[in-house]
Ligand binder design. Structure first.
Ligand code: DP6
Length: 355
């Protein structure tokens, strides 16, 4: 029997949570969004995907295992990522001054583990595709920048392009039809605002009913609120949010974050048939944040919800006792906040530990 080399590379990619939401595609094939978006990347020590990519002539075909389960690798999005990465590797092999192993023609085995509920509105596809793209890019020793990798990861899942950077990250919707300028860029590193904290409250670890992909397509087709959101509301908020981050203005950061979450969920409700991602527990979290802010006389906490009922609460370290303390206290006793493995609350503080 011939001995075949096995080439290997492993990486982590963290989850990112949008404060300006991506919702709507202008080109579903290239995964180009109708509006730009902005997110905060959580620290790698919290919610993240770990991915190992190997390739070898001893494998019979490409495969992808997520949390121990075989995944369909033939989807157009996964195939788009693999094709782009192989093309870049092939280029490297043909242009190199010394012979390189022809990894581009070997089957790939990709093994991923999430340390949080998959597809429960906790940006699992974002961390998943970001980790997949970076693991293979490392395996292929591609000289690709995070920007270039974000262009590839975007084709796997839009929000994934933002998980290739740490800190505060924007995804520019781009203008070109080929999507070459629809990439992520760093607004500020995590170290710029080291006091920022995020508390992740797991209201349900169930898989969501309506996937982001199909939900946003229906919104684009049916919501009358959607055009104004994409064309007027979001572009204005993008500018304000970038400024708030640069100036470390939590009041504005928090105000826009909450308004954006509400606008996104209003658009979902305005979709036909309506999409409900939040539940009673989510709404209870909003009320807690509202009362905290009212008591403080300023914005000390800001909630946001993606395509699921789980809340992410942003706050500053100086308000840790007030914000995280209040949630832990309430949630410790309250039913409905079931995390993984029966934990009452999954609270994750991050962001300044470096990604
Ligand atoms: C509500 O990135 O999951 O989390 O591109 O179809 O894979 P696809 O969608 P996805 O959508 C994320 C939507 C969101 C908002 C956001 O992360 O910006």
């Amino acid at each position: 029997m011939t001995e075949h080399n096995v080439y290997r590379s492993s990486t982590y990619a963290p989850v990112n949570i949008a404060v300006i939401k991506y919702w709507g595609k202008r080109d579903p094939t290239l995964n180009l969004p109708t509006n730009s978006s902005l997110s905060v990347t959580l620290s790698q020590s919290d919610l993240r995907t770990h991915t190992t990519a190997t390739c070898s002539a001893s494998y019979t075909s490409d495969s992808l295992l997520l949390n121990g389960k075989d995944q369909d690798i033939s989807t157009a999005r996964t195939q788009a990522c693999l094709r782009e990465l192989r093309t870049l590797r092939r280029k490297l092999e043909s242009e190199s001054s010394h012979p390189l192993p022809e990894l581009s023609s070997l089957p790939l085995k990709i093994v991923s583990e999430n340390n949080f509920p998959t597809a429960a509105g906790l940006a699992s596809s974002a961390a998943g595709f970001a980790a997949l793209v970076r693991a293979i890019a490392d395996l292929y020793e591609l000289p690709a920048s995070p920007t270039e990798l974000s262009r590839i990861a975007r084709q796997g899942s839009g929000s994934a392009c933002r998980s290739l950077f740490g800190g505060y990250v924007a995804w520019n919707k781009g203008e070109k039809d080929d999507g070459s300028d629809s990439v992520a860029y760093e607004v500020a590193p995590a170290s710029h605002w080291p006091d920022m904290r995020a508390l992740v409250l797991v209201a349900s670890a169930e898989k969501k009913d309506v996937s982001s992909t199909s939900g946003m397509q229906t919104t684009v087709k049916t919501s009358s609120l959607f055009p104004a959101r994409a064309e007027q509301v979001v572009p204005k908020r993008m500018k304000e949010m970038e400024k708030a981050i640069r100036e470390k203005d939590f009041e504005t950061f928090g105000r826009i974050t909450m308004a954006e979450s509400n606008s996104f969920h209003a658009t979902c409700l305005d979709t036909s048939p309506p999409i409900f991602y939040m539940n009673d527990t989510s709404r209870a979290a909003i009320r807690v944040v509202e009362s905290l802010n009212q008591a403080a006389g300023k914005v000390v906490a800001a909630y946001t919800f993606d395509a699921g009922p789980n809340a992410v609460i942003y706050y500053l370290a100086e308000n840790e006792a007030e914000v995280a303390g209040t949630f832990k206290c309430i949630l410790g006793k309250k039913e409905g906040w079931e995390g993984q493995k029966g934990k009452a609350v999954t609270a994750k503080k991050a962001l300044n530990e470096g990604v």
